[in-house]
Design a protein around this ligand. Structure first.
Ligand SMILES: Cc1ncc(COP(=O)(O)O)c(C=O)c1O
Length: 414
């Protein structure tokens, strides 16, 4: 089971901030306020140390070497797999496939499981709030196979219309691929219900865990999802590493993804025997350093405890929501009852881009634009939003700075 840290009434956020070197820098002569955590989180010193330590102490290629450095690097790399297994409560370490990130995990499933199981006339269900990385791989597969992409609509608050989902499900549905928590709205989707219903219809379910993995406790066995894809860099870890979890029997039944070293047992010109899980899906030299440092990020998260993080982040979310709602002309996009700690909003007659530039002049980093969710922006008939997303190291004072910055920007722009 997931290790639980002691539940604390209040986090010492200032002590946590000390662990993130970048947070002490200034931008445009102002203290950095980093509210772009949904795009990528900052990295604690332990992660930077793990990276440096690998390169200075035991840089070597993994798995095949018999020398000390290779053995140390292999042990550290495989230790991350064990930590990931615990982090999401997978049944076995062979169910943990290292990828480049969430995007690659989804593409892997589309190109292997999808190509093997989806045929002309079959249906794939996604939703109106998906990130492009959970739309395009399925679109490509549908184009190739003559399959049909079905989309679960959302209501005005940015919640999935579950009754519509039930109507879309049928014996033609092969896979339901759904975002666990939306990067553009913050909505936490009722994935257990979705998984249950999809399984009853005979479909498998992939969860895009890019945003949920840092905020929510993930227990893939309890969820009973068939695939779960997420990225290290949104969980305080390095870029370039991610995880695809898959149920063992599915991973075993799937054809290989990329060919090369590591994913084979034997190669002859007339016959190739592929490797066992998880290596079957890990062709070539992986991102060793970042994978090793990813463990440090997960240890950091486990040490503080997701529940403690969540409590702090939810407090920030509540505070920011109340403050933002008082700004005339500001509209929050995404008012689901269950949300992760991010807020998207638009302001009358002000382009998000202009707002982003003015906030940056005050050292405040927010994200503006379509957040890789163009169909969602089309649903709301807007070109984009401004998004502030909160992490464990953010403070209420920083939210006050954002509010002041917004008030100034509105005065200048309107
Ligand atoms: C919901 C969601 N899905 C997928 C992705 C893609 O993640 P990555 O770029 O790390 O592969 C993101 C990144 O922002 C995301 O927020």
């Amino acid at each position: 089971m997931i290790q639980s840290a002691t539940i604390q009434d209040r986090l010492d956020v200032y002590a946590i901030r000390q662990q993130f070197p970048v947070l002490s820098r200034e931008v445009k002569d102002k203290p950095l306020v980093y509210f772009d955590n949904a795009a990528t989180s900052q990295k604690p010193q332990v992660v930077l140390d793990a990276l440096m330590n690998y390169y200075t102490e035991y840089n070597a290629n993994i798995h095949r070497g018999i020398h000390t450095l290779a053995e140390e690097a292999t042990a550290a790399f495989e230790a991350t797999r064990d930590t990931v297994k615990q982090f999401i409560n997978a049944a076995g370490r062979e169910e943990i496939i290292f990828t480049k990130g969430t995007t690659e995990g989804i593409n892997l499933v589309a190109q292997t499981w999808g190509r093997q199981n989806v045929k002309a006339g079959d249906e794939i269900i996604i939703s109106n709030m998906e990130h492009h990385s959970n739309i395009v791989p399925w679109y490509i597969l549908c184009e190739e196979k003559g399959a049909i992409l079905k989309v679960i609509p959302i209501n005005e608050d940015g919640e999935l219309m579950m009754d519509e989902f039930e109507k879309l499900l049928s014996s033609k549905t092969k896979i339901v691929s759904i975002v666990h928590a939306s990067n553009a709205l913050g909505t936490i989707n009722p994935v257990k219900k979705i998984i249950n219903a999809a399984h009853k219809a005979g479909a498998v379910v992939l969860l895009d865990g890019a945003q949920s993995s840092v905020h929510l406790d993930i227990d893939v066995q309890d969820l009973d999802c068939d695939f779960f894809s997420f990225s290290s860099h949104k969980v305080y870890g390095p870029t370039g590493v991610g995880v695809l979890y898959g149920k063992k029997h599915l991973l075993e039944s799937m054809p290989v993804y990329q060919g090369g070293g590591e994913m084979i047992k034997e190669v002859r010109f007339d016959k190739i025997i592929y490797n066992d899980l998880p290596y079957k899906f890990e062709a070539g030299t992986p991102n060793i350093a970042d994978t090793i440092a990813f463990k440090a990020a997960l240890d950091f998260t486990n040490k503080i405890g997701k529940e403690n993080m969540r409590r702090h982040e939810n407090e920030l979310l509540g505070y920011a929501t109340t403050q933002l709602e008082q700004i005339p002309g500001l509209k929050i996009i995404g008012k689901a009852k269950e949300k992760v700690s991010l807020i998207s909003f638009v302001i009358d007659k002000i382009h998000p881009q202009d707002l982003g530039i003015l906030l940056d002049n005050r050292g405040i980093a927010v994200r503006t634009g379509h957040h890789c969710a163009q169909p969602l922006m089309d649903h709301y008939c807007i070109p984009g939003t401004t998004r502030a997303s909160f992490a464990v190291y953010n403070t209420k004072e920083e939210i006050d700075s954002l509010i002041q910055g917004l008030q100034r920007a509105i005065k200048m722009l309107s």
